[in-house]
Ligand binder design. Structure first.
Ligand SMILES: [Zn+2]
Ligand SMILES: [Zn+2]
Length: 353
């Protein structure tokens, strides 16, 4: 019988999660036990709390499981056969689970792994707990200077935004423009990555004035209120009539798709990252950018996370977090849902102890 720990878990479909006591897991061969320093809260967690059983089962999920898919911590115990890591090392975990041996993992596209439909914190036990088991040491990335309490959000919000930005970089030559629709958790990282890695003029679109102010602080050259039915025209005007080389949509609802796509210039790119569930009812001939491309959300890879950590540790990108003790986890989710957080909410279980 192992020692007990606290964990914030979904125990039944469409029921609120509960703070429960469970056993601290023991790492088997190749596995790693993490003492959690901080677990970032994500909007998708709120979606999971209300997810119908049929949808969860389709993804291969089973109840119960512990929430939290943005996790930083310290190595607590190593299973046999794990190399290159030591007890006490500060680490961050790659958000998505990946098998390490499928076609995608073997070609560096581990974010598209055949097993990413479930991961730590979605369908498997995540990091809103005092300890967390990682089933494959490849997901563990050592930190140099970054505090593991703050590193979690980089693994999801940071790496996902970075993945989208990295794909459009070749098009962002001097004189080009890049549009970020939605300057929240992911969008504010995207603005910073664009500023550090490209010479493009960065335009942020958000209907929240506080977020627009933060976008300017993070280096956006221009901000626009929206998205609304005037957004395409406004973006065309700012870009001299041609449209932008890249439009990154971190909202993904009906209006952002309808307005964002025609704001891409010929040969440009449109990235659908936001999970707003939008639909588009358009004749795509003449609507999509000529000779352009459209790509969809696919999280971030191990490589993406390593590069994001390097940018933050070099002081080139800011990572805004707001800490909550474990006892305030419900309040933190409420603030996230209301949109009243300035940075990413991070729950710090070690402060509970
Ligand atoms: Zn997430
Ligand atoms: Zn794989």
């Amino acid at each position: 019988m192992g020692q007990p720990m606290k964990a914030f878990r979904l125990t039944q479909w469409q029921k609120p999660p509960q703070l429960v006591e469970m056993e601290i897991p023991t790492p088997a061969y190749g596995q790693v036990l993490i003492k959690v320093a901080g677990a970032g809260l994500c909007h998708s967690d709120i979606g999971m709390m209300g997810m119908p059983e049929a949808m969860g089962r389709m993804a291969g999920w089973n109840m119960p499981f512990t929430l939290g898919h943005e996790v930083g911590g310290w190595i607590a115990q190593l299973g046999a056969g794990v190399r290159g890591l030591a007890v006490g090392d500060p680490v961050v975990l790659v958000s998505a689970h990946s098998c390490g041996h499928c076609h995608y993992c073997m070609s560096g596209h581990d974010n598209s792994c055949v097993e990413t439909h479930s991961g730590r914190g979605y369908g498997r036990d995540g990091g809103l707990a005092e300890y967390m088991l990682v089933d494959n040491a490849r997901a563990v990335i050592k930190l140099n200077t970054l505090d593991p309490r703050d590193a979690g959000p980089l693994s999801d919000a940071g790496a996902t935004a970075y993945h989208a930005v990295r794909r459009v970089l070749p098009k962002l030559v001097p004189g080009s423009s890049a549009v970020v629709i939605g300057a929240g958790g992911l969008g504010s990282f995207a603005i910073q990555f664009l500023r550090v890695l490209s010479p493009a003029r960065v335009i942020a679109v958000d209907n929240n004035p506080a977020r627009r102010a933060l976008a300017l602080e993070f280096g956006a050259h221009e901000v626009l209120a929206g998205v609304d039915e005037r957004t395409t025209a406004a973006l065309k005007e700012i870009t001299g009539g041609a449209g932008a080389e890249a439009v990154l949509d971190f909202v993904g609802n009906d209006i952002s798709l309808e307005q964002g796509m025609p704001a891409v210039r010929s040969t440009g790119s449109f990235a659908l990252v936001g999970a707003g569930g939008g639909t588009l009812n358009k004749n795509l001939w003449g609507y999509l950018p000529k000779d352009g491309e459209l790509f969809s959300f696919q999280g971030g890879s191990i490589r993406d996370l390593r590069e994001v950590i390097a940018l933050v540790e070099a002081g080139l990108v800011r990572n805004e977090t707001e800490h909550f003790p474990f006892s305030k986890v419900e309040e933190a989710y409420k603030r996230l849902d209301e949109g009243t957080l300035r940075g990413r909410a991070v729950v710090t279980p070690d402060i509970w102890l």
